[in-house]
Design a protein around this ligand. Sequence first.
Ligand code: LMR
Length: 394
Amino acid sequence: MLERLDETPPQIIMQVAAEFAADHRANKIDLGIGVYRAEDGTTPILQSVLEAERRLLKSETTKSYLGPAGDPDFNLAMSEIILGRHSAQGRISIVQTPGGSGALRLLFDLIKRANPDATIWLPGPTWANHVPTLTQAGLKHRTYRYFDSVTLGVDFAAMRASLEQVPETDVVLFHGCCHNPTGADLSAEQWDAITQIVQERKFTPLVDIAYQGFANGLEEDAYGVRSLLAHTPEMFIASSCSKNFAIYRERTGMAIAISANADIAALAMGQMRDLARVGHSMPPDHGAAIVRTILRDPELSDIWKQELEDMRLRISEIREALATAFRVRTNSDRFDFLATHRGMFSLLGITPQQVGRLRDGHAVYMVSDSRMNVAGLRHEQIGQFVEAVLSVID
Ligand code: LMR
């Protein structure tokens, strides 16, 4: 039967990773997949994570099942990081998922069960995996205006105009912070305005927050999700611990549904448990156990917060240094946006052909839409990178 299968379209981010791995040039630079790298080029295990693992090794007495919703202590501890203080107690349903991707898939499946005709509105552009995942869940999508390719910032007037078209029955996906792929984030005032639009239009927001702590700080980055939580009866949140705990391969995330009241929340929880059970049965435990151990220990928690802050600051420094290097070299402000963007990614604004020339001629790898992972660049590579970019756009 397998001969009946169609060719698989390339998964663009994974394709860049494979091409980079196959390149043997010594000076190659990987700005493709969203993985943080330290100044020595490694993606180290955080000290807080190592210590949590040591403690787990000593204290764990069983590897027996925890159930489809995962570890309730992890769910509670991590939801506190995302939601902060709030008044939605009793209206929250949470399941632990295999990464943020697993959370998205589960929430799309939940939406499909609740309203099979719902359309998911996505920012233009959005993370490459959003459309395939929601399509696999049987949902339709549309795009709302988000990025201005001239200013390389958010076109908020256009965004507002798009959102004012969304019917009550649809779901709008927002990136909580560190917009992927553009790096152009919403300000607190813009989040307030969005919250107001959501209240007026009554559609359901879904916040994908995979990079909390990488933009302006752990608390600051939750501004949007918390603003929506305070003012909307119903919403969804997909969260990931891959980046902020640097536990990428441990596949640790959570899906949250906020319902209008406790009875509906119980219904949602039953469906979410069921979707977990039929999807992957139960989530992997190790990453969640690490996160729970860190967050439940004030000392470890402080160490983690500092490590996260150090990662955030390094990304900021690279952004500043990169923008300065371009400014000095070109005598223009064309690349100043690199310093104002937030999180791991920036859309460089060059063509797929120019991205191809960067790869072939200069061993610099990024996604074909010109998304670069700023967090993959080291200070010593900035000169090489700037010259490479300027040579392909001249
Ligand atoms: C990315 O956007 O590069 C990351 O979220 C990793 C992934 O799975 O695509």
